[in-house]
Design a protein around this ligand. Structure first.
Ligand code: ZN
Length: 129
């Protein structure tokens, strides 16, 4: 199943969820239609260590020069708490989520409200509120 769907009742496989987005436009794959789809694909990229995808989908005004993923963190599931705007015709979106993880045997949660913008048909992560 896709890493972003572990905690969902419906659990489509990676190839039918985030993988097409990770493969990217160059391979003829679709890009996320909604801010939530981009959020999910970025979470899955964290799980799978795809730092190039994370940078590629980070808005150029807030993108770090490089990204060191924390190997000590094990991501265990994503819950989308709410979305505001960010639909297939929007240019801005807000996604509130909780990511579950464990670190050195201790469980934790990261709760964040992320904002997204769409430019030239592609969604980008902008920042956290
Ligand atoms: Zn997914």
């Amino acid at each position: 199943m896709c890493p972003c769907r572990v905690l969902d009742t419906e659990q489509p496989g990676y190839s039918r969820c985030c993988q097409p987005f990770h493969l990217g436009r160059a391979s003829g794959s679709p890009v996320p239609d909604t801010a939530e789809e981009l959020m999910r694909s970025r979470y899955s990229a964290f799980v799978l260590g795809l730092s190039d995808y994370l940078l590629r989908t980070w808005h150029e005004t807030t993108r770090p020069a490089d990204l060191e993923l924390d190997q000590q963190t094990r991501w265990e599931g994503l819950v989308i708490d709410s979305t505001r705007s960010g639909g297939a015709t929007a240019n801005r979106g807000v996604v509130e989520f909780t990511a579950h993880y464990s670190q050195a045997g201790l469980g934790g949660q990261q709760h964040e409200v992320s904002t997204f913008v769409r430019e030239n048909g592609a969604w980008f992560y902008l920042d956290a509120l």
